[in-house]
Design a binder for this molecule. Structure first.
Ligand code: ASP
Length: 313
């Protein structure tokens, strides 16, 4: 019997207004989600490693302007892009993470290379970029990351002196557009990856949960792989991804109970909005959110494809 394998991805959770979503935008988003989940699944199908699958899936979302990662990253207060990413492989709990990079087209690849090719787990800013260039990465100008939409969002936020939009011009403005993927491969390895531009109008070198192993990303073979999205400050304080893993490891909670308890219980009670994707050691997938939507897709252990936006779907 072949071993089960499966993959799930997300393109961010938050307030997504159905009435404002144009058919064109919806089609483009659904198509990017499908391309991403299929790219990761193909690697798993061919017997590839879960870490390669999640990296490939996230890379596609980083290259799309529709998500807050890579190309579509939000702007900082200084009107530049600073990106965070992390990956974890569940076999030996190896991890790689980077924060505050400004000139790397695909931060998820750099996080994977920190895991594979460095003796460290977490590199930041100029040091992370120096490592990238040593690894052969090319320098990507900030201009590449510029989008009118993100620039307008920043101006609105600056006027309000805020970090989260309360009024929106775009149907998913009030969404944390971070991207992520989790997968189980045929060798039983679990892996997770998360990548983000962070939050609009961030200052002072702010880093969110997406770069942090145990908060935004976690993977442990035989247990669970998790990637989160939402207001990072809450996810860090609640160590969301690690808490899901700990509940399953110590309390023997099933995947759904562990994820929902954290997202709809403790995190929500604290005021944290967002969601997560998770896959367990048997390839079972679960999406949890306490917001009105989360861009998400999966291909389960039976090969069934699912692509969704709203919480009530
Ligand atoms: N979690 C990310 C952060 O706080 C934001 C997001 O999910 O879009 O940096």
């Amino acid at each position: 019997m072949t071993q089960p394998f499966s993959i799930a991805i997300h393109g961010g959770a938050g307030t997504i207004v159905r009435e404002q979503m144009s058919e064109t935008l919806k089609t483009e988003i659904l198509s990017a989600l499908e391309t991403s989940v299929r790219a990761g699944y193909k690697i798993l199908e061919q017997g590839g490693d879960a870490l390669d699958a999640v990296t490939a899936a996230v890379l596609i979302l980083e290259d799309s302007p529709h998500f807050n990662a890579g190309k579509g990253s939000v702007f900082t207060h200084q009107e530049i892009v600073e990106m965070d990413a992390s990956v974890m492989h569940g076999a030996h709990k190896q991890a790689g993470a980077i924060a505050g990079v400004r000139h790397i087209k695909n931060p998820v690849c750099l996080a994977r290379d920190v895991l594979r090719n460095s003796q460290h787990v977490f590199l930041i800013g100029e040091g992370a970029e120096a490592f990238a260039f040593e690894q052969g990465y090319s320098f990507t100008e900030q201009d590449y990351f510029y989008t009118d939409r993100r620039y307008e969002q920043l101006q609105t936020m600056k006027e309000k002196g805020a970090f989260a939009l309360s009024e929106s011009k775009f149907p998913d403005d009030r969404k944390y557009g971070t991207v992520g993927a989790v997968a189980l491969d045929q060798a039983g390895n679990l892996a997770a990856a998360t990548s983000t531009g962070g939050i609009t109008n961030k200052k002072y070198g702010r880093v969110g949960d997406s770069a942090l192993i145990g908060a935004g990303t976690y993977a442990e073979n035989g247990n669970v792989a998790v990637s989160t999205t939402g207001m990072g400050e809450y996810f860090i304080r609640q160590t969301v991804a690690g808490d899901v893993a700990a509940r399953m490891r110590y309390l023997k909670q099933d995947l759904q109970t562990a994820c929902d308890t954290v997202i709809n219980g403790e995190l929500k009670a604290m005021g944290g909005e967002g969601g997560l994707i998770a896959v367990d050691g048997a390839g079972q997938i679960h999406f949890a959110m306490n917001s009105s939507g989360m861009y998400r897709a999966s291909i389960d252990a039976q090969g069934e494809v699912s692509i969704k936006i709203y919480a009530d779907e």
